[in-house]
Design a protein. Structure first.
Length: 91
């Protein structure tokens, strides 16, 4: 999909970090983890389309591979895909 799009933002709706394919990740312009938004999809879409500013930080560490599980801040081999607290703010 991303190869055919002018801009490609992938929205993951899950309840935990998923293992992401790095080749696919490199083709994305953005990645949003919606963390089970329930019936409040507007909270995600409003930010994606610029109607509202965005702010988000990961409440967990996002591992690179399943072999890293369990992964915790302070582990000797801590090298996640996204660190605990990773995120951004717009607007």
């Amino acid at each position: 999909m991303c190869a055919a799009a002018k801009k490609c933002v992938v929205v993951i709706v899950s309840g935990r970090p998923l293992i992401l394919d790095l080749a696919q990740l490199s083709k994305m312009d953005g990645l949003v983890e919606a963390w089970l938004p329930g019936s409040e999809g507007e909270g995600v879409s409003d930010t994606l389309f610029g109607a509202k500013p965005y702010s988000g930080k990961l409440p967990v560490t996002w591992p690179r591979t399943l072999a890293q599980e369990p992964i915790n801040v302070g582990d000797a081999s801590y090298d996640p895909l996204y660190r605990f607290g990773y995120g951004l703010r717009t607007g």
